[in-house]
Design a protein around this ligand. Sequence first.
Ligand code: HEC
Length: 176
Amino acid sequence: MNTRKTFWISFGISMIGLMLFLSTPQAADKMEEAFRNSVFPNDFGPTTINVSHYPKKMQAYYKVFLKKCSKCHSVARPINAQFLELTPQGEKIAKKDDPIIFKDTDVWKVSPVIWDKYVHKMMAKHGAVITKKEGHEIYEFLVYDSKVRKTGAKTKEWEKQRERLLKNLEEITEGL
Ligand code: HEC
């Protein structure tokens, strides 16, 4: 048998094997699960923030954030995240003044360490090149920005935007 023929025969057998594998329910479940885990509602939202009214320092940190947090996914992922970091004292005040932000953790996930945890998690990922200083600046920006865009006078607007993203995701993954 010539090598070309052998190649096509083994190629054919591998393809049949692959098709059989993909048609097993476990493989299909695994693929669906992988797909669902890789789809974030956040990704379907805006990819920029209007920072023109932010303090100069935060405007500078925003640039670091845009550069460093767009390498593996779009910055839409952090921009549209439900995360909101408040100090325990800030949380106490919000429970009186802004109780709506504790209504649904898919819209506002309030914690005293949430951005700290996620910035560290991202910095530790393979391929991330973020210095300690940059990480700290990004962290400060995210804490500040989340308060501005997701609380106080902006609660209703944020709720609407986040709910629209969650609805989009439901449509995209319908039937899975
Ligand atoms: C080296 C690649 C990489 C870089 C750089 C990176 N990310 Fe990620 N990010 C990921 C991956 C992979 C996921 C999905 C899995 C996970 O959550 O760990 C993710 C998910 C996220 C999520 C969604 C988490 C959730 O569970 O809802 C947020 C928010 C996020 N990243 C923020 C950031 C921020 C902020 C930065 C910049 C400091 C950043 N990412 C930089 C790889 C990266």
